[in-house]
Design a protein around this ligand. Structure first.
Ligand SMILES: C[S@@+](CC[C@H](N)C(=O)[O-])C[C@H]1O[C@@H](n2cnc3c(N)ncnc32)[C@H](O)[C@@H]1O
Length: 274
């Protein structure tokens, strides 16, 4: 498929490659993406072909280059760092068996493996490759789909699922799998991005300079137009309801980002069934 045939709002490899808040010529600006905004690239090139499936976005390696949450160009870097610390601090004691679902390059897993036994999983082998130099007796890696985890029931004390829900259309399946592999009384640490888009106002580099895009972003609950077909933000209430429906009792629910309209809600929740 040529780039010119990619419907508006759908993701191409070019979109993934162009960080929307990329810095050019020293000044932060929104990257121009043909699929979202305008004239298409004239000739076919593999990087412009539409990413067809959920799996391909992550397994193609396209996404791995772009997820740099704590890099200086990322407008959310400080909040990503705060959320990461909160996740790590929420794991109590020592020698806990932790499963990190969609754990990427191991931002949580690597530091946690200093005191615990961590299984880092992700759909993307390229993400796991970034963590591989840190593999040890306390940190193992495995390619795994959050929707069908290759682990026995009840084998983990903690499951982490950070920045993954926005990428999955059906949170109930992921929550059910997380619950299945947790021991009774085990803890799920999970977050969701808020679809109440007021948080975007606190990150001007995310919004960019083009007012017509602001409206698109606000209308889609804070999702950039070129990510609209791939990413889902949710209301706090929806997130809480998903957890309750999956049999979890929330013990803490914290916002990260601007008050009183946080970008993320981070829940620590306990599995309630045997
Ligand atoms: C935004 S990154 C978050 C990575 C990590 N949890 C962190 O906070 O640093 C989302 C991750 O989810 C992974 N992912 C997306 N869909 C997945 C699925 N169905 N199963 C497992 N991992 C998935 C991606 O490959 C990516 O590494």
């Amino acid at each position: 498929m040529r780039a010119s045939q990619v419907p508006r709002g759908q993701m191409t490899r070019t979109d993934v490659r162009n960080r929307p808040w990329s810095v050019r010529g020293g000044a932060p600006r929104l990257a121009h993406t043909p699929a979202a905004d305008g004239p298409a690239a004239p000739k076919r090139d593999l990087m412009n072909e539409q990413i067809q499936t959920h799996e391909e976005l992550f397994t193609s390696g396209a996404y791995v280059r772009e997820f740099q949450p704590e890099g200086p160009a990322n407008p959310f870097a400080a909040d990503y760092a705060r959320k990461r610390k909160a996740v790590i601090d929420a794991v109590a004691g020592v020698d806990q068996r932790i499963l990190d679902v969609g754990g990427g390059m191991g931002r949580m897993s690597i530091p946690l493996s200093a005191r615990h036994f961590v299984t880092l999983t992700d759909l993307s082998p390229q993400m796991l490759d970034l963590a591989r130099p840190h593999a040890s007796g306390r940190l193992t890696m495995r390619v795994a789909d959050a929707r069908a985890l290759p682990f026995d029931d009840g084998g983990f004390d903690y499951v982490l699922c950070i920045d993954v829900l926005p990428h999955v259309p059906d949170p109930a399946t992921v929550l059910s799998e997380a619950g299945r592999v947790l021991r009774p009384g085990g803890t799920l640490i999970i977050d969701s991005t808020s679809s109440l888009p007021l948080w975007t106002l606190a990150y001007p580099r995310y919004l960019g300079r083009r007012p017509h895009r602001w409206l698109q972003i606000w209308r889609s609950g804070g999702v950039l137009p070129e990510w609209r077909a791939r990413v889902r933000h949710r209301r706090r209430r929806q997130f809480v309801d998903y957890l309750a429906a999956a049999g979890f009792k929330i013990t803490t629910l914290r916002g990260f980002g601007p008050r009183p309209f946080p970008k993320w809600h981070l829940a620590v929740a306990v599995k309630q069934w045997q």
